[in-house]
Design a protein around this ligand. Structure first.
Ligand SMILES: Nc1cc(CSc2ncc[nH]2)c2nc(N)[nH]c(=O)c2c1
Ligand SMILES: [Zn+2]
Length: 390
């Protein structure tokens, strides 16, 4: 089941405020979805995710199929009980992950043949198999099996003909995914995925065909695949607002804080990206006034928190009072620098909390601005602040 209510639209852009009602709960949009590939958002407890306002997280069909295996997840009645997350979950279909395997796979019309990276078993993933796995996972939002059209093929740009061929196969796989999803009687929501490479007219053909299939929501795939930023922004400006206004739009694998605010202005409702958690593990922290590299020696004896305006547990402690508001319950840059230098596990745990909180708080600020009719001002202030430098 999926219901999408449009609550407000920004007169000066394609930005919109919405509410997504799914089987495991309600999600306010625009939204950022933390990535929990192996059934865990790396290093972050489910309670911490709830405390920071996460409303929906991502799981991965391919990885969970490999480990722990469907029999184990099935014995829990699905992913929610297994990973102790009772709010909505979106699962990606597995195509992107098999594609990322590189050499160890063969793509045919029927599906993808590949070797398990875990034990070398010969495996096969088709639209039907992907739907069967996602039905077992019982995720609230299921993604069709698609082929993520690469930006480059054998070291040269993917041609229009190659992008068309790939988009047309994804279109046929959308139909097969939908047929199997319905045959299985899956009670959740299946999203179609727009492909078409960097070619606007192929994007238009792809989205038109998917809209005719009448999915409850749509994703834009095939970006954030190594293309230059201006190419991603060109597709982001072209495609989202051409999708039905009454249905949710999900931009896959994007992006930086700037991409999220720009993406909302282009009409995107849902984002996912490994950046906040991956950057946290390599010591790159997002703050209101720019990015900060905690390993830099200049933080060695700095008593300030990562971000003096942040109310996350790392910056403001259990009381959640920001440094600028007089709070002193958080951890200092000096301490986080020390943890990073020592390779202590508490380091990535705290930096992941901070970065996820930054992304979720940014989306909360966007929703509040859309509710207040001040999104343009929010957008301008956000950019000015981020340009200030830490
Ligand atoms: N950039 C990008 C990222 C993802 C993974 S989204 C994700 N899965 C798990 C976490 N995050 C994609 N997934 C699919 N199915 N298709 C795509 O075109 C695509 C493109
Ligand atoms: Zn913080």
């Amino acid at each position: 089941m999926l219901q999408f209510d449009l609550l407000a639209t920004d007169p000066a852009s394609h930005a919109r405020r919405g509410r997504l009602t799914l089987n495991h709960g309600v999600v306010q949009t625009p939204i950022f979805m933390p990535v929990g590939t192996y059934g865990t958002v790396k290093g972050v407890m489910p309670q911490s995710l709830r405390d920071m306002g996460a409303q929906i997280i991502l799981g991965n069909t391919f990885h969970l199929w490999m480990r722990p295996g469907l029999d184990v997840v099935q014995s829990f009645g699905g992913l929610h009980a297994f990973e102790q997350w009772d709010k909505p979950i979106l699962t990606d279909s597995g195509g992107f992950q098999v594609w990322s395997l590189g050499a160890m796979r063969k793509i045919t019309e029927e599906g993808v043949y590949f070797q398990s990276p875990v034990n070398g078993d010969k495996l096969f993933m088709s639209p039907e198999v992907s739907m069967q796995i996602q039905t077992t996972l019982n995720s609230d939002i299921v993604m069709q099996l698609d082929e993520c059209t690469p930006y480059e093929t054998q070291g040269r740009l993917t041609t229009e003909a190659e992008a068309r061929k790939s988009m047309e196969m994804s279109r046929r796989w959308a139909l097969r995914s939908k047929a199997e999803f319905e045959r299985l009687g899956n009670p959740n929501a299946l999203f179609g995925i727009v492909q078409g490479g960097m070619f606007e007219h192929l994007r238009q053909e792809s989205l038109q065909a998917l809209v005719e299939m009448d999915f409850p929501g749509y994703a834009i795939g095939g970006v954030s695949v190594g293309e230059p930023k201006d190419e991603m922004l060109r597709i982001m400006a072209h495609t989202p607002h051409r999708l039905p206004a009454t249905k949710p739009r999900y931009l896959m694998g994007v992006g930086t804080p700037e991409d999220l605010v720009d993406g909302v202005a282009c009409g995107v409702d849902m984002f996912d990206c490994v950046m906040p958690t991956r950057n946290a593990r390599n010591g790159t922290l997002f703050t209101r006034y720019g990015d900060l590299k905690i390993r830099n020696a200049r933080h060695r004896a700095d008593h300030q928190p990562l971000d003096a305006t942040c109310t996350c547990h790392a910056c403001a402690g259990p009381q959640g009072i920001a440094w600028n508001d007089g709070g002193r319950g958080g951890f200092s840059r000096a301490y986080l620098h020390h943890l990073e230098r020592c390779g202590e596990m508490l380091g990535p745990m705290l930096t992941s909390i901070h970065n996820l909180h930054y992304y979720l708080n940014l989306m909360q600020g966007i929703r509040d601005a859309l509710d207040a009719g001040t999104f343009s001002q929010f957008h301008a202030q956000f950019k000015a602040d981020r340009a200030r430098g830490v």
